[in-house]
Design a protein around this ligand. Structure first.
Ligand code: PLP
Length: 406
């Protein structure tokens, strides 16, 4: 039978220490052993089910990891203290000094800065390419390439990666394909399309309440155990461990992920369609006009839609700032970075989440300074939101009432 992430999640069943319907929260940094020999074996990585020290693993983190593995259809998953904690651990686990990465050029600004600036310390080379053009990816691969990296739907331009095609290329060159699926949990299942490692910033849709930062690495048992290795594991040694209390709260929030993603997608589709009719420059993977629409249709899990992210280009940074301030004043959402909240969040990526990317490179990749990134919220009455947003656009003269289609 076909893999269905929400069924896998639904079928998970946990029992707390006293039969509670939620697993008990592990409230310890260290664990006792009845024999010194078992402690030694655990250090050697030979005793399954024994806990050593919570930076290595904790029951609460393992429960959340189990749910994330079910979500992505991977053998297992490790949780981390942030999305960046997951990304940096994966890179440093796969690459040695002198190695090379082929990465999409449109990725989250923090990941871009890590790769472009910070990895210089380790003499790890990066080629940033347009990963929607397979020939560019193929040409950038060298014998030193240790990973191909992309986001399934990219931040902030919403480019859609053709994961099946990239995976074929990666396999041909014996290089792992690493996909950050933060923008499209449930909508896209990268591992099922051939990705070797799937990364998440849990901070966003998966947690959904904008109250913590967290991340995850989903992959094979071998790779994820390697990350925890006490001698060589980047997860264990760099120490980006998630706190157990947070792991348990994220696990509880994950139970409504399927409902939330459907609503985020439905609302984003409604606004995107209507703003496009109004003649605005809107980018949304669900629109036929989107460059990656056909690729998305070939690889998405239809019932979860095209995701909750949309961009609108309002021509200039002044327009973008004025619109965002006005929308916030009218309680339509928050002028804030991040995504996946119940309320709409908007920011101008050029001056915020992608500001690490130099201006000339931003322009080259199509990141104009009038671009606003919207993470569309769970509004119950989206037509009302649309009318109110259009009112803001009219008030600022960005569109005029007679230009609008509805
Ligand atoms: N990946 C993507 C696509 C992101 O948008 C972000 C943050 O915005 C990250 C990774 C980093 O995640 P975190 O802030 O949880 O470290």
């Amino acid at each position: 039978m076909d893999f269905k992430a929400s069924d896998e999640l639904q079928d998970l069943q946990y029992f707390g220490e006293y039969g509670g319907v939620n697993p008990s929260i592990s409230d310890s940094s260290t664990y006792t052993f009845l024999s010194a020999k078992t402690m030694f074996d655990t250090f050697e990585g030979n005793t399954e089910g024994c806990y050593l020290y919570s930076r290595h693993s904790s029951p609460s983190n393992l429960y959340l990891g189990e749910a994330l593995a079910a979500l992505e259809g991977t053998e297992t998953a490790n949780v981390t203290a942030s999305g960046m904690g997951a990304i940096s651990a994966v890179i440093l686990q796969l690459c040695n000094a002198g190695d090379h990465i082929v990465s999409s050029r449109t990725i989250y600004g923090g990941t871009y800065a890590l790769m472009k600036n910070f990895l210089k310390k380790f003499n790890i080379g990066i080629s940033f390419v347009d990963t929607t053009k397979l020939d560019q990816v193929a040409m950038a691969i060298t014998p030193k390439t240790k990973m191909i990296y992309c986001e399934s739907v990219s931040n902030p331009l919403l480019e859609v990666a053709d994961i099946r095609a990239l995976s074929k290329l990666a396999t041909k060159h014996n290089t792992p394909l690493v996909v950050d699926n933060t923008f499209s949990p449930l909508s896209i299942s990268p591992a099922k399309l051939g990705a070797d490692i799937v990364i998440h910033s849990l901070t966003k849709f998966i947690n959904g309440t904008s109250d913590c930062v967290a991340g995850a690495v989903c992959g094979t048992k071998d790779f994820c155990l390697g990350l925890k290795d006490v001698n060589n594991g980047a997860g264990m040694l760099l120490g980006s461990t998630l706190d157990s209390l947070r792991a348990s709260s994220i696990l509880k929030n994950m139970r409504t992920l399927h409902i939330r993603i459907k609503k985020h997608s439905e609302n984003a589709m409604y606004l995107a369609k209507n703003f496009e009719k109004d003649g605005l420059r809107v980018v949304y993977p669900g629109l036929k006009s989107h460059m990656g629409h056909e690729v998305m249709k070939k690889q998405y899990n239809m019932e979860y839609g095209f995701g909750g992210l949309m961009t609108l280009d309002v021509g200039s940074l002044e327009n973008a700032n004025a619109l965002m301030e006005l929308m916030q004043k009218k309680h339509l959402g928050y002028l804030a970075v991040s995504l996946g909240f119940y309320k709409t969040l908007f920011s101008a990526p050029g001056t915020s989440t992608s500001s690490e990317i130099p201006m000339e490179e931003q322009l080259e990749m199509g990141l104009s300074n009038g671009l606003i990134r919207f993470s569309i919220g769970l509004d119950d009455h989206i037509h009302r939101t649309y009318i109110a947003m259009k009112g803001c656009l009219n008030e600022l003269g960005i569109i005029y009432p007679q230009e609008s289609g509805t």
